[in-house]
Design a protein around this ligand. Structure first.
Ligand code: ZN
Length: 525
């Protein structure tokens, strides 16, 4: 080492001065001593010392191990702290995003301390209100000795559901060419924000309308209504007068008129073409055809039948031979009328009910709604009342007429006299009243109908007798006007077989209308 070497050199220099006289003797005696004398000179030694003072830190040997130990100690402390403090690990997502109204399910956490499971000691607090969008915090904490640790889970309740837009009317709308679409209406509802109809943005394009809306959370929806400028709707032709008209041999046909209307072109009556003709005095069924087309060439065609036939009394109507008119008097009855209506419905047969003030309203309504004819029989059906005077008769008739009007909304002008127009019982109350009444009802616009087949159900005929009385009297050479009573169980029980008989033997069934031939009996009072 240089320092050791330096000390030796200093000593050698002193010895050199003291023993200069003895040097020569010793030079040859030993090599070691010679070497000592030959050491570096003084200048070189000074240089060495300076170099050491300048460049070497004086305490270097002591500090280096000290830092190293400190570092190790810190690591040990750090690891120690970690081992002593409990740890919490959350299960599931954090942050957790859930939809509005979806329920929050706590997925929990795990806690450990020095390998020991502290999960059961975790305290969880915080509430998530999933009915309100927002940010919620759930806290988890666990305590062990002096150590307490916390964790938080952020729960975001969000509205990700877009609002809905409901269009009134169709999503595909046809409008007339050269017309503008008129808004039919729309509604926008968001499950979270409620009614957003006012916020809908309506964008009009050439062939579509786009409805868009955004909720408060930025969820968007848009709905398109397609507009087609096209006319696919045919005009309508309305015939004035009856679709089937009856004429006697001495009557000439006179066109009652018609109108035609179109959704795009408006009134097209002037464009209607009528073809066909009726020959006066020549029996037969004539067809008149009414046709019209709109600008888009949508066509409409309707027909009117004109039946020319001989008849003794022009007001009586045309005899439809082979037709059966099932007529039911004195009802309705809550016991039997419903069953009869069921059978008529199942058989697809329409009939006529001469109603009174008896029975429930709903049956009158049902008779009407199911397409049968509601006719009037008088309210009380009490001979002493209705045949006591003309005035009393009409008062009673008006009572039942008002009932029917109240229930059906329509006035019936088809009537049947209690006991028929040929009855003699009326003579007990007013002589000659039937002769007066038949003319009086006709002049007041009523049509009255007697019968030419009597089922005898009112006289007590049983089911089989009712069936026989009716079927044996049917004829293809007349309009078969069958008298029955829907208040009778025998009639109820026989009616299906009577209908089957009629169908199997080529008869058709019709209800009475204002054109039906008036089957009338001879007046006896
Ligand atoms: Zn009657």
């Amino acid at each position: 080492m240089k320092e050791v070497k330096g000390k030796n050199n200093q000593k050698s220099n002193v010895n050199k001065k003291k023993n200069q006289s003895t040097i020569a003797k010793r030079i040859a005696s030993t090599k070691i001593e010679e070497k000592k004398v030959e050491g570096p000179n003084l200048k070189e030694l000074e240089m060495d010392i300076k170099e050491d003072i300048l460049h070497k830190p004086p305490h270097r040997k002591f500090y280096l191990p000290f830092y190293f130990c400190l570092f190790i100690l810190l690591i040990v402390l750090f690891i120690g702290m970690h081992l002593c403090v409990p740890s919490i690990t959350l299960n599931g997502d954090n942050p957790l995003e859930i939809s509005y109204h979806q329920s929050y399910v706590e997925s929990g956490a795990k806690a450990k301390w020095l390998g020991k499971d502290l999960t059961d000691h975790i305290k969880i607090s915080g509430v998530v209100d999933t009915s309100k969008i927002g940010t919620y915090t759930i806290s988890y904490s666990v305590k062990e000795g002096i150590f307490e640790v916390h964790q938080e889970r952020i729960v975001l309740v969000v509205d990700k559901k877009a609002p809905s837009i409901v269009l009134e009317g169709d999503a595909d709308v046809n409008i007339c060419p050269n017309s503008e679409f008129k808004e039919i209406g729309y509604q926008a509802i968001d499950e979270y924000d409620g009614d957003l109809t006012d916020k809908v943005v309506v964008q009009k394009k050439e062939d579509s309308i786009i409805y868009s809306v955004k909720d408060a959370s930025g969820n968007r929806i848009s709905v398109t209504r397609n507009i087609h400028k096209v006319d696919t709707t045919s005009p309508t032709i309305t015939l004035k007068g009856n679709q089937t008209t009856y004429l006697g041999l001495d009557e000439a046909y006179q066109e009652p008129g018609y109108t035609a209307d179109d959704n795009c072109n408006g009134d097209l009556t002037d464009r209607v073409k009528v073809t066909g003709s009726v020959t006066k005095g020549k029996e037969g069924t004539y067809t008149l055809v009414y046709e019209v087309a709109d600008d888009a060439n949508n066509k409409t065609k309707v027909e009117r039948k004109v039946i020319v036939s001989q008849r003794t009394d022009p007001s009586s109507g045309v005899v439809k031979k082979g037709v059966i008119y099932l007529t039911f008097d004195d009802g309705p009855s809550s016991v039997t009328t419903g069953d009869i209506l069921n059978i008529l419905k199942e058989e697809g047969v329409k009939a006529t009910f001469f109603v009174t003030n008896s029975g429930p309203d709903y049956l009158i309504k049902r008779i009407f709604d199911e397409g049968h004819t509601i006719a009037l029989h008088t309210a009380t059906h009490n001979y002493a009342t209705v045949y006591s005077s003309v005035e009393n008769y009409f008062n009673d008739l008006n009572t039942v007429s008002n009932r029917v009007k109240r229930i059906t909304g329509q006035t019936s002008k088809i009537i049947r006299f209690p006991g028929g127009s040929s009855n003699t019982i009326s003579r007990n109350y007013s002589v000659g009243i039937m002769s007066t009444l038949v003319n009086e009802v006709l002049s007041r616009g009523y049509r009255y109908y007697d019968w030419n087949i009597d089922s005898q159900d009112a006289a007590g005929a049983n089911r089989d007798q009712v069936y026989r009385n009716v079927t044996s009297a049917l004829s293809k050479n007349k309009a078969n006007m069958v008298l029955m009573h829907d208040i009778k169980t025998a009639t109820r029980d026989a009616i299906r077989d009577i209908i089957h008989y009629g169908k199997e033997n080529g008869y058709t069934f019709e209800r009475i209308d204002m054109d039906t031939y008036m089957v009338r009996q001879r007046i006896n009072n």
